[in-house]
Design a binder for this molecule. Sequence first.
Ligand SMILES: *Cc1c(COP(=O)(O)O)cnc(C)c1O
Length: 432
Amino acid sequence: MNHRIMEQYKKLGISPEVYAAGERTEEKLKERFAAIDQTAEFNQLKVIAAMQKNRVSAECFNISSGYGYNDIGRDTLERVYADCFGGEDALVRPQITCGTHALALALMSNLRPGDELLSPVGKPYDTLEEVIGIRPSKGSLAEYGITYSQVDLLPDGSFDFEGIKSAINERTKLVTIQRSRGYSSRPTLSVDRIGELVSFVKGIRQDIICMVDNCYGEFVEEKEPLEAGADMIVGSLIKNPGGGLAPVGGYIAGKKECVEHAAYRLTSPGLGKEVGASLGVTQSFYQGLFLAPTVVSAALKGAVFAANIFGELGFSVIPDGSQSRHDIIQEIEFHSPDAMLAFCEGIQAAAAVDSYVTPEPWAMPGYDSEVVMAAGAFVQGSSIELSADGPLKPPYAVFFQGGLTWYHAKLGILKSLQKLFERDLVNIGKLC
Ligand SMILES: *Cc1c(COP(=O)(O)O)cnc(C)c1O
């Protein structure tokens, strides 16, 4: 306990008993945090090595406009991403508007009418349902005559190898593997498990493209899915690899041919990667990537800290306080709307931006119940920044992620604990 720091927390509304409870939990996590720091150190060196190898210079930060021909900064950054993630090539662009767009682009450019897409890990992320056409939608893959099949994970979370084998047919062109659990209850896949699945698929047919939805997974481990045999990884720059600094963007990295297809679809046949003005965002892409390993480590510490605190208080936490991590998402089941709202209010109140607003549940399009979201972010909707959300229905689960610094993540969790404590929704005596 440090009294000067405790006084600072007091100014932000954290009472001494909540601060002390946090300190006791943090004390027990020393080894865990040291392991997270080692991964960050490894990945920091990996990023710097990729930047040095590609001779990143001040010239790379120049602004291009119009067509964006000969944008050295953009082209160099794409080689940095490729080297960093173990790919042959990459497409890293502000014109890719979000993660869903990057995934849609990777799918639509690498699939042709008559092909089949297979998800061997169950239902993909919500927004992909409309991309694929699982829920009918204008412009979906289904409208272009691309069919979809799905094999769920077995009840114990393992791969249904038999089911996958029988689902693969002569039209199966691409397999999509989501690394993070996203907002579902299945386990997140480690890079090693993704490697196992890719080997199995390639063992059936070598030419099937294995794509990984890498959202929320970058820099959580020392290895990325391309190094485990995947052909293509896809993600959002307002999550992990943007390091909180990228104001927009998405990326696709992997086999040269896969990336090329995506580039011709993003711009135009014949133009591909040659066009696309960077409009001044390139420096933030570089600097964000440079910071990403430590930003991800901060988010991971926050997730582990939250799992330990709320787990000890008796809530179900997934993953639990001791499980290994393969993405930055933490789920906490509150089994009470009051506790869920109190948690989200705490996260919001801890923000540097919009701390004075109260998150209210609302009927968001596409959801069958009200949703509550807490986010005070520098970049709109950025979920590498401290944020929490969840549907207001049993089990009243909150998905919590991000934190650009560990100290901010810690404040957010303590602030949430404070709200629950003040409303008599927890017994912090359990935290000892
Ligand atoms: C966030 C996310 C997406 C979609 O990204 P958006 O940027 O929100 O469009 C897709 N898949 C997973 C696993 C994600 O976490």
